[in-house]
Design a protein around this ligand. Structure first.
Ligand code: NAD
Ligand code: UD1
Length: 309
């Protein structure tokens, strides 16, 4: 069996590649290296094709002979999509359509899509469950729900199986902390370890449902291989919410010092509370997250220590 992982040199994509290799699947990573890195694939037996999902011909060539596609390539930052919605539209909507068009043309069996909790947006109900109406408040959220809707149409129209995984806030080794657009945990851990100042946007009482990347890779493996789930959408999260203030307290315990942040204005497009109902993935995929937030933070701190040596 062969799989294409778009965004395969990125944070989550490289962990999916590792999980697929461990299952004996041939992996092709397709990535423009805009935020991904070759080093992320070190020790993973994947072939890297450097290319852009907006380039349909290059994408199709990389997909030749693939049974499965895991579509991770995207402009992943909410504030970046607010700043440059044309760019995120082109990559996140046209890029996803290109993946689906090529999957149809190349006879791919199943496409698994990296959806997002950002599609729930301002809908106040907690926990978020898959049956709720989407209410995105950022271009990124609009783009992710558009991708999902395209995926929903594909099985009946063109016979390509599809599954969307709505990731909540993923963290772990290989998440790049180096840009202001990076995931909050990667930024906080790097700053906690280097002694650099930490900024919290807003009052720090916003919540996120943080899930460890190894668990997300397992959810992808199952979404690609479990029969009878085509057309479905699943939340991928722990089903627990943590405020940024609580997160900093946990991290402070791990690094052994008090982490007092500076507070700045809340970011545009930011959602306030986020926690998932995770029962659908448990029932249909037999998946539940295994790594707790504090344990995952400890693993991440250990990993930072190994790369800084
Ligand atoms: P990442 O930035 O590490 O991965 C994205 C990868 O896509 C990178 O390797 C990047 O180089 C590549 N890429 C970007 N634009 C591309 C293009 N035009 N053509 C080809 N490759 C391109 O981020 P990540 O956190 O690993 O995100 C992976 C996926 O998961 C994304 O679709 C993201 O929207 C989604 N997601 C992430 C989270 C999270 O908390 N990290 C949560 C929900 C959804
Ligand atoms: C993240 C993902 C997005 C995903 C969504 C799903 C990244 C970069 N973004 O968006 O792809 O679809 O989860 O829920 O992985 N913050 C600070 N200080 C900082 C950085 C961030 O206070 O230095 C705050 C933000 O304002 C926000 C929270 O931390 O309130 C989380 O931010 P971030 O990690 O960027 O994630 P989301 O915007 O939730």
């Amino acid at each position: 069996m062969r799989a294409l992982v778009t965004g395969g040199a990125g944070f989550i994509g490289s962990h999916i590649g590792a999980r697929l290799c461990a299952a004996g699947i041939d992996v092709v990573a397709f990535d423009d290296l805009s935020t991904g890195k070759r080093e992320n694939l070190a020790g993973i037996d994947a072939r890297l094709v450097v290319g852009d999902v907006r380039d349909r011909a290059a994408l199709g060539a990389a997909m030749a002979g693939c049974d499965l596609v895991f579509h991770e390539a995207a402009v992943v930052s909410v504030p970046k999509s607010v700043e440059d919605p044309q760019l995120s539209h082109d990559v996140n909507i046209q890029g996803t359509l290109n993946v689906l068009l090529e999957a149809r043309a190349r006879g791919v069996k199943r496409v698994v899509f990296a959806g997002s909790a950002a599609i729930y947006g301002e809908e106040p109900t907690l926990p978020k469950h898959e049956g709720m109406l989407p209410a995105p408040i950022s271009p990124y959220g609009v783009e992710k729900i558009t991708g999902e809707l395209y995926l929903k149409a594909w099985p009946k129209l063109y016979g390509v199986e599809t599954v969307t995984l709505r990731y909540f806030n993923v963290f772990g080794p290989r998440q790049d902390p180096s840009s202001p657009y990076s995931g909050v945990i990667s930024i906080f851990v790097q700053r906690a370890l280097s002694g650099a100042p930490i900024t919290v946007f807003g009052d720090g009482l916003q919540t996120r449902d943080f899930v460890f990347v190894g668990d997300v890779a397992e959810a992808n493996y199952l979404a690609g291989t479990v029969p009878g789930v085509s057309g479905a959408t699943f939340n991928v999260a722990r089903g627990e919410q943590t405020t940024l203030v609580e997160l900093l307290a946990m991290l402070g315990r791990i690094v052994g010092r008090d982490l007092s942040p500076t507070f700045a204005e809340a970011r545009g497009g930011d959602i306030r509370y986020s926690i998932a109902d995770v029962s659908a993935a448990r029932a249909a995929l037999g998946w539940t997250a295994q790594v707790g937030v504090e344990d995952g933070l400890r693993k991440l701190v250990d990993w930072f220590a190994t790369i800084q040596r």
